[in-house]
Design a binder for this molecule. Structure first.
Ligand code: FPP
Length: 238
């Protein structure tokens, strides 16, 4: 598909929010005889290319699963390499985000992240707050943790009963539409504690492509697959 065709599909099929489970960095590096951290370094470049293409195609909101609440179980070397990548991105992202009218949100429980990082995350969120498109980076994110956080926030505010809208607004993704499409790379077909509430009606696209190899061609395939789906939301479509 050409860029024009992808843009048309995004518009016609109302593809507003795409969420990515960026899997396979480790396997990609291993195949090349390189350390896992190298896979993440290349994966971070892929992340930038992927989001750029999504916004070029007219997608309004992109969410990426960068670090889960379970990822602390990895070696200290790997966790530290990932934190350095996040830190470098946060320090360099502003120009690109503001140029493209993108508002960044870090979704997840920040408390366990390095203090200096938390501060700069907050600053970047504030500096980009006028942006009309959204980029959610899930850092120390777990959907069950998010749901419990929302429940506890509502209870603390005195709620005794809530509706779907109020609950959605208590999640970290309060300002984002629900994802229309969830893409997972590297062959695994599971949600892994990602956007459990928000993905209730999402379409899923799985590819064997490892995250560092994701590019326009693979994204076009995912968008085309989405274009071919009939979204029924439980109703009957004739
Ligand atoms: C899963 O692949 C990937 C991660 C846990 C990290 C994802 C992080 C990035 C792509 C970097 C993003 C950077 C920014 C700035 C947002 P894996 O390591 O579990 O791969 P494997 O299953 O092959 O071992």
């Amino acid at each position: 598909m050409s860029l024009e065709e992808s843009k048309k599909l995004v518009l016609e099929k109302n593809l507003r929010h795409v969420a990515f489970i960026m899997d396979g960095n480790g396997r990609w590096a291993k195949k090349k005889g390189m350390p896992r951290e190298y896979g993440h370094t290349v994966g971070a470049k892929t992340f930038k290319n992927v989001i750029t293409y999504c916004y070029e195609c007219g997608i309004e909101c992109v969410t990426v699963y960068a670090f889960s609440t379970e990822n602390w179980k990895r070696s200290e070397k790997e966790v530290s390499a990932l934190m350095k990548l996040f830190s470098a991105y946060i320090d360099s992202a502003y120009e690109d985000l503001s140029k493209n009218n993108i508002r960044i949100y870090f979704i997840g429980d920040r408390a366990r992240l390095p203090q200096a990082l938390i501060k700069r995350m907050g600053e970047l969120e504030e500096k980009t707050a006028a942006g009309k498109r959204i980029l959610n980076i899930a850092l120390n994110y777990g959907a069950r943790d998010e749901i419990l956080h929302a429940v506890n926030t509502l209870l603390q505010k005195g709620a005794t009963s809530v509706d779907e809208e109020t609950f959605s607004k208590a999640l970290y993704t309060a300002d984002s539409p629900d994802p229309d499409l969830v893409v997972r790379t590297a062959g695994e077909q599971r949600l892994s504690n990602f956007l459990l509430w928000q993905a209730a009606y999402s379409e899923f696209y799985y590819t064997d492509t490892l995250w560092p190899d994701m590019g326009k061609e693979q994204l076009d395939k995912a968008f085309a697959a989405f274009g071919g789906r009939v979204r029924r939301y439980g109703a009957v479509v004739e």
